[in-house]
Write a protein that binds this ligand. Sequence first.
Ligand code: 13P
Length: 338
Amino acid sequence: MNELHATAKALVAEGKGILAADESSGTIAKRFAAIGVESTEESRRAYRDLLFTTPGAEQFISGVILFDETIRQRSADGTPFPGLLASHGVIPGIKVDRGAKPLALSEGETVTDGLDGLRERFAEYRSLGARFAKWRATYSIGGGRPSEYCVWVNAHALARYAALAQEAGLVPIVEPEVLMDGSHSIEESALATGRAQQALYTELHDQRVDFRGTILKPNMVLSGYDASGRAGIDEVADRTLEVLYRHVPAAVPGICFLSGGQSDEDATAHLNAMVQRGPHPWELSFSYGRALQAPSQHAWLGRTENVEAAQHAYYHRAKMNGAARAGAYAAALESVPD
Ligand code: 13P
């Protein structure tokens, strides 16, 4: 098997998923502000260190997505983070996009930046130990959005990134995220999600990307967060699967959902319900940021004496999502001591 196929398969190994710890400096500052912690290079390093040194997390975590600053940082004992992760059998990854920027001539829409110089950046990231990468595009719903223009320019950029990643020997995670802010219905969410995925797979195909060496990181199909009568777990699972079956080629080895602002337990329960409806052509897994880290951040509060409690909170969420990977999660497991 070639290296890309092997890495992609390893990222969706049985019982495991991905930790998205690739918050940009702005995003992590927001998360830290919510717990009263000042965001400095050292506080960000210390926080990521506690996650990456959590004993036993590697039972449930196959890979970690890092930010540019983090891939260059070290654990307290001086070990570079990528080497630390690899020593636990966890695959280091890197976020390479430079964020969603206003899309020219299209009010309220964005296109993701970061293609300039990307070939050279990939070469450096590979030498730093990264074996997979992530690029996120965002789309909002409402007022005629997302436009065809927005859907296609983002798909084109995602595919350009994916081809460069594969050329450099890194597995591209392609992340078309339809945002769930707003009062839209679950039907609108399904439609927008399907359009984004359809354009993405057209561009990936046309740009010669090898699907077997990729991972899809999609949103789940939810009712808008401000909608009334929001869809429950079973409907979310059915609608999300319907879209995926329509648009995602069977050659794609794995689909690792983002959590996108859902509650921790909803993100776990939704994944669990989808796995239970299997078998599916692809592995269904997680690549959560907030839904894996929120309890840990609230336990930590920036204090050394809370590190153990924070690690336990992270371990617990990783374990719950590991159970969901097999369709073996139940809310009752939340209170069973780890
Ligand atoms: P969330 O799970 O917090 O949505 O983050 C995942 C991610 O990597 C977004 O790009």
